[in-house]
Design a protein around this ligand. Structure first.
Ligand SMILES: *Cc1c(COP(=O)(O)O)cnc(C)c1O
Length: 320
């Protein structure tokens, strides 16, 4: 049996990261409310430090390191937001960080991770296994490996965004959360089940990679090939052991969104709310829009998970 994190861990994480993570704004839009026939509250993690909610989980996990762990350092494998979240949290806490990234990772992401003080180790994604490299580094140098989602401290940290949202706006009827490996969704579910017990909780993943939906409906973790989608933060191949147990117990359903729907949301956020949101960050609102008829007159929370998107790619989406 896994020792699953609880709401108490989310509350403890909130205390631990207070003053370090941004308390991100909750935004509303008359246009969104009119379109939806509902009151929509957007929790804007695109304004989190390093541009995504992942700072919360990373900061919580690293803040719990003991002296030995702090001295030996942290290792993470990621080419995305988790890498930057670990590098920045480690820098703020004075802990050395090693990030394992593919040789062909976007130069901007490698540069951002190095700028936050991370020591980048590259690997060939076609011939080498990053998890093995990460684990070997951990064993050889006594470093602590912090995975991007399947870790109790990461889950608890991610849950602090939904906690802040509900504490700020009051109870919700529905909450829409972007879903990759499930750290954000399981943490949000722990918070929402405690603070808004009747709230329906929905995870939303890219239609091309609906392993979470298949897992939720079949009752066991389904593995898929890396999905082809513009939602690069949700190109995970499977849920985690911890995240799946919590999702199975506390989440009401898993929905999907197409790339076209994500682009339409990206445009909506840019045009109507003057905000830059990355494709993955649009998943929640994209699914809420499709469920409009069931949300009439309701109070709806949407977690906007991040805003890290290359400007050339972003302008191509908006122009397209
Ligand atoms: C990582 C990430 C997700 C998915 O989070 P999980 O905890 O893996 O489900 C969603 N949006 C953004 C912006 C991310 O960086």
């Amino acid at each position: 049996m896994l020792n699953l994190p609880t709401y108490m861990d989310v509350a403890a994480a909130a205390k631990r990261i207070e003053g370090k993570a941004n308390r991100t704004p909750v935004m509303t839009s008359r246009t969104a409310n009119e379109e939806m026939g509902a009151e929509v509250f957007f929790k804007c993690e695109n304004y989190q430090r390093m541009g995504a909610f992942k700072f919360r989980g990373a900061m919580n996990a690293l803040s719990k390191f003991d002296e030995r762990q702090r001295a030996a350092g942290v290792v993470a494998f990621s080419s995305g937001n988790h890498a930057q979240a670990i590098a920045l949290s480690a820098k703020l806490l004075g802990i050395p960080a090693t990030i394992v990234m593919p040789l062909d990772a976007p130069a901007a992401k490698v540069a951002a991770t190095k700028a936050y003080g991370g020591n980048v180790v590259t690997y060939d994604r076609y011939t080498e296994d990053r998890e093995e490299i990460g684990r070997n580094l951990a064993v050889k140098h006594g470093m602590t490996l912090i995975p991007p989602y399947d870790h109790p401290d990461v889950i608890a940290g991610q849950g602090t965004a939904a906690k802040e949202l509900i504490e700020e706006v009051g109870s919700l009827d529905a909450l829409f959360v972007c879903l990759g490996g499930g750290g954000l969704l399981s943490g949000s579910a722990l918070a929402a089940r405690e603070l808004a017990p009747d709230c329906k909780i929905y995870g939303v993943e890219p239609e091309a990679g609906n392993d979470g939906q298949q897992s939720f409906r079949s009752g066991s973790i389904v593995h898929i090939e890396t999905p082809k989608t513009i939602a690069d933060g949700a190109q995970t191949q499977h849920l985690g052991q911890y995240t799946f147990q919590i999702i199975k117990r506390d989440v009401d359903d898993i929905l999907t969104a197409t790339d076209d729907q994500l682009v339409a949301c990206m445009r909506f956020f840019a045009e109507r709310m003057k905000m830059v949101v990355e494709p993955t960050g649009c998943l929640g609102f994209a699914a809420a829009r499709e469920m409009k008829s069931q949300l009439q007159g309701k109070r709806v929370g949407v977690i906007v998970s991040g805003g890290n998107v290359d400007m050339e790619r972003y302008s191509a989406f908006l122009a397209g």
